[in-house]
Write a protein that binds this ligand. Structure first.
Ligand SMILES: [Zn+2]
Length: 84
């Protein structure tokens, strides 16, 4: 399945996008990832420069800080974890 257009699912009655392209703040490397809908991704290692990314203060996961699309729980309008 080609997911370049973005994969959408129904989560808690809302249509959300599960693809997010993370841009590394250190080297600018971009990588599309599929976001889990039931957990936050708090740590993400850039495959290019090996920097371990952590969310900005106030963000719950690396997708909210560095991704093109915020994480599924945020899109669905709910809190997902203790970081929200
Ligand atoms: Zn990087």
């Amino acid at each position: 399945m080609n997911n370049n257009m973005g994969t959408k699912i129904i989560h808690n009655g809302k249509i959300i996008t599960v693809n997010s392209t993370i841009t590394c703040p250190q080297c600018g490397h971009q990588k599309e990832e599929i976001m889990p809908t039931d957990a936050c991704v708090y740590f993400y290692k850039c495959e290019n420069c090996k920097t371990l990314l952590k969310p900005n203060q106030g963000d719950c996961c690396v997708f909210c800080s560095f991704g093109t699309v915020k994480c599924p729980p945020i899109q669905a309008g709910e809190h997902c974890c203790e970081h929200c």
